[in-house]
Design a protein around this ligand. Structure first.
Ligand code: SAM
Length: 232
């Protein structure tokens, strides 16, 4: 049996590629975006009352990870990428029906746009539904998960002085907390856990319209090398 679903809107995100997006929401509070609603949800009626809510659940499609054949076992990056687990025990992107869910902070509500932060969503992500976060029901004080018991320990992030100047200039131009965004995302150590980088090896990712390059002077330390306009 199949059912059809269609997006209520699409995400405009600071994240233009999958690499370096935090693995869950709120790990990077400076990660911001806009959920642009589509007709018939873009006239204001559908969001009336939402200004009384601080956070919302977004149900969305992992549109860049959809697969025809469902996987039963996955290898979550959180476990180093080399240990397999039942798909339903993880938040892996490769999953039956490709549905993701994130609680995000609602910064501002307009008729056709929700301004959100703390996101872990790729640019262009189709959103299937929006629901208010309800603290009395959604906070479960006794909950436990020994696969992912706490947020990963952040990795210290250092700046090469020119890179920090570049980031501050782009932050002013974009009117976005770019320095914080880069620090918060890189502190999650986006590198696949099985890769042991040499000090010479450089990594890169695009945030908004800039390319950020960094390296690991030693394992457990990140140094940002440059923040330059992304190639179009
Ligand atoms: N909070 C969500 C959940 O639990 O369903 C997402 C968790 S998933 C582990 C987070 C990762 O999904 C991000 O690091 C990013 O690489 C990836 N991602 C985000 N949006 C995506 C999209 N539209 N398509 C494919 N992958 C996406």
């Amino acid at each position: 049996m199949t059912y059809n679903v269609s997006p209520v809107g699409f995400i405009h995100s600071c994240f233009k590629e999958k690499f370096a997006i935090p693995r869950q929401p709120h790990l990077a509070p400076a990660a911001r975006g806009v959920l642009e609603l589509v007709a018939p949800f873009d006239q204001g009626d559908a969001v009336q009352g939402l200004e009384q809510v601080s956070h919302v659940w977004l149900l969305f499609l992992f549109h860049q990870a959809l697969e025809k054949k469902p996987r039963l076992k996955v290898r979550p990056p959180r476990l180093g990428g080399n240990k397999s687990m039942g798909v339903f025990a993880t938040r892996a992107t490769h999953r039956p029906n490709g549905i993701g869910q994130s609680v995000v902070k609602l910064e501002r509500v307009e008729a056709a746009r929700l301004w959100i932060s703390g996101i872990d969503l790729l640019d262009g992500t189709p959103v299937l539904d929006i629901k208010p976060y309800v603290p009395y029901a959604d906070i479960i004080g006794t909950a436990s998960n020994s696969i992912a018991s706490a947020a990963p320990e952040p990795v210290p992030v250092q700046w090469a002085p020119p890179a920090l100047h570049q980031a501050r200039d782009h932050a002013m131009r974009l009117q976005e907390p770019l320095v914080e965004l880069i620090e918060q995302c890189l502190a999650q150590d986006p590198r696949p856990a099985y890769q042991v980088p040499t000090a010479e090896r450089e990594y890169g990712a695009q945030f908004w319209d800039v390319d950020v390059r960094w390296h690991y002077p030693r394992l457990g330390l990140i140094r940002v090398l440059e923040v330059i306009p992304a190639k179009q």
